[in-house]
Design a protein around this ligand. Structure first.
Ligand code: TXA
Ligand code: MG
Length: 315
């Protein structure tokens, strides 16, 4: 299959309306979208990514008017968070309407909903005219794509169209919050911080222990975000072992930067989050074997960054 690159949201949406899958940019990472109500098209997403069928997809909306097409109801906690954070990098888990294909939700009675604020994503979703089911546009298990080149590296020949945009702004995925109960529960840390959620709904908590996150969010079960190189977490840059096939990423500079194959010193936790997945991919492209990653305090965006680092290190 030939993979068309386009800058036109309308041209990309035409593929989706014909029942095909399309990669598109958002403010977090690139997504791989299909009409959420077209079960065959949704099946194609799983095939193109090599994704396990029990890992649910997020449904993306152009505007809140379409929320009632996918959610059976919107509990008060969800309403609060939606009012505060939509459009933006937040996914809320809501009771699923029975006519949303079960495959979208990996068989769960719920549905994840998100309304991106990225202008190209908004133009694309509006042109689609339907709710769009979309996971991150990477091969399953690989780092999420933050550039269209990363999408092409993983999915060229497997999907008909990539809507080309800029490198994504955040570099990490949306925060996934279960809003089906009275208390919002964070299933996946992401760009909207726990502190920001609590400022709106103080009772918001993290899914704990790990077993709860697993039971509620099947995605947490799978290996994720991993480069081919070994990822090693370190507390201080001095712990990184230099070498031509080693890389370093962190906030503080390593003692001998020139002794590493690749080095990225980040200006802030935000910059680190923005750079991480692309850095992983550059390390793989350069054939490096070990990536030393400096830990950050698990506060603010650091919570999501540490989650991704830990999972990559488990690989
Ligand atoms: O930023 C993002 O969220 C990106 C962009 C494209 O929107 N999407 C993304 O999708 O990261 P994906 O499929 O790679 O991750 C979705 C996560 C998974 O961990 C999945 O298990 C969880 O959300 N999820 C989706 N629907 C769910 C549901 N109904 N119940 C529990 N967890 C759900
Ligand atoms: Mg993903």
């Amino acid at each position: 299959m030939k993979t068309l690159l386009t800058h036109s949201p309308e041209e990309a949406a035409a593929f989706l309306r014909r029942g095909e899958v399309v990669a598109f940019p958002t403010e977090t990472v690139y997504g791989l979208g299909a009409d959420a109500f077209d079960e065959e098209a949704v099946r194609t997403i799983f095939a193109a990514k090599g994704r396990p069928a029990d890992n649910p997809l997020i449904v993306h909306l152009a505007d809140l008017g379409r929320l009632a097409r996918v959610a059976a109801r919107v509990p008060p906690a969800a309403r609060l968070l939606i009012d505060a954070f939509f459009p933006g990098p937040l996914t809320v888990i809501l009771p699923r309407r029975a006519d949303v294909p079960a495959l979208v939700s990996g068989g769960l009675p719920t549905v994840g909903v998100r309304m991106p604020r990225h202008p190209v994503a908004q133009a694309f979703l509006a042109a689609c005219g339907v709710p769009v089911a979309a996971p991150s546009a990477n091969r399953s298990g690989r780092p999420s794509p933050t550039t269209w080149e990363a999408v092409r590296a993983d999915l060229e020949g497997r999907i008909p169209c990539i809507l080309v945009g800029e490198r994504t702004e955040a570099g990490l995925e949306s925060t996934v919050v279960d809003c089906t109960g009275e208390t919002p529960v964070v299933l996946r840390a992401g760009v909207v911080t726990l502190e920001a959620l609590r400022a709106v709904h103080p009772a918001t908590r993290l899914a704990e222990p790990a077993a709860e996150a697993l039971a509620r969010s099947p995605g947490a079960r799978y290996r994720h975000y991993a480069p081919r190189a070994r990822v090693r977490l370190i507390d201080a840059p001095g712990e990184a072992e230099p070498g031509p096939d080693a890389a370093y990423i962190g906030l503080a500079p390593p003692p001998a930067p020139e002794a590493f194959g690749l080095v990225r010193v980040c200006a802030s936790v935000e910059d680190y989050a923005h750079a991480l997945f692309d850095f992983f991919r550059r390390c793989d492209a350069a054939g490096l074997r070990t990536i030393h990653c400096e830990r950050v305090p698990p506060a603010g965006l650091g919570l999501a960054l540490m989650d991704r680092l830990r999972r990559a290190a488990q690989g």
